[in-house]
Write a protein that binds this ligand. Structure first.
Ligand SMILES: [Zn+2]
Length: 246
């Protein structure tokens, strides 16, 4: 087949527009059948902070006004509402996630360099902090710690919150952003020292994550330091469960 290469960029944009149009029509039909207040509960509440600001600025009040990135995000965030009904597979989900990662590349398997001792050399190609910030910024634009549930204690010069992204466990070979938790410095230290260095506490916590159904707040017992819990947004917890189950 001969393709005039000069036409490709135009064709590509056209394809994206068609995709966006079809996806918005489909989402509107499905979401409106799930909830009368769907625009607020299933659309606006699922958008990232930047997307929400954009919707406000442009005064968008219909799903057809959203771009493909926002539509994909809505699909992703409502995934578990659709998965059963439409028999979506894990592969479908991976495909959607792949599309969403415009600024994110696939997480590489870790590689190790042979030095004096093994040093982890590969990092996720994207910063899990960007993703976590998106997930854990509440409606008041405050970034909240997953353990103590408080607003992160201080901001950097540029106005962004300081927080720490801690990997759930060091036993994973993939470095997906779902494997990180957003903590304030104190809770990050608690997690590193009291959870990651204690196999029993770690196993109990991961077991609780795997078993939880409706509850997005996972209890974690820290011995002499008492009971704590780690709070998740739905999509983070469900994705983490999927990774743990594989
Ligand atoms: Zn905290």
């Amino acid at each position: 087949m001969n393709i005039d290469s000069r036409l490709i960029p135009g064709k590509f944009v056209e394809l994206l527009l068609i995709t966006a149009k079809q996806l918005s029509t489909w989402l509107k039909k499905q979401l409106s059948s799930l909830d009368k207040g769907w625009w607020n509960s299933l659309v606006l509440s699922t958008l990232s902070y930047q997307q929400k600001q954009w919707v406000d600025r442009k005064n968008i009040s219909d799903i057809e006004g959203l771009d493909l990135a926002a539509l994909l995000r809505i699909l992703d965030q409502n995934w578990y509402r659709f998965a059963q009904q439409f028999n979506f597979s894990t592969q479908d989900r991976h495909y959607v996630k792949e599309k969403i990662r415009t600024r994110h590349d696939e997480a590489d398997s870790r590689t190790y360099e042979k030095k004096e001792r093994s040093v982890k050399t590969s990092r996720p190609n994207h910063d899990p902090k960007i993703w976590l910030k998106d997930q854990y910024t509440n409606d008041d634009q405050k970034l909240v710690c997953q353990m103590c549930a408080n607003e992160m204690p201080f901001k950097l010069k540029d106005g962004s919150y300081y927080f720490e992204a801690v990997q759930v466990s060091d036993d994973f070979t993939k470095e997906n952003h779902e494997l990180y938790l957003a903590f304030c410095p104190l809770c990050a230290a608690k997690y590193r020292y009291l959870v990651k260095k204690d196999h029993t506490i770690m196993d109990n916590f991961l077991g609780n994550v795997k078993e939880t159904k409706e509850n997005f707040e996972i209890p974690i017992e820290l011995g002499v330091n008492g009971s704590h819990s780690i709070r998740f947004v739905e999509t983070h917890l469900l994705d983490l469960k999927t990774i743990l189950e594989n």
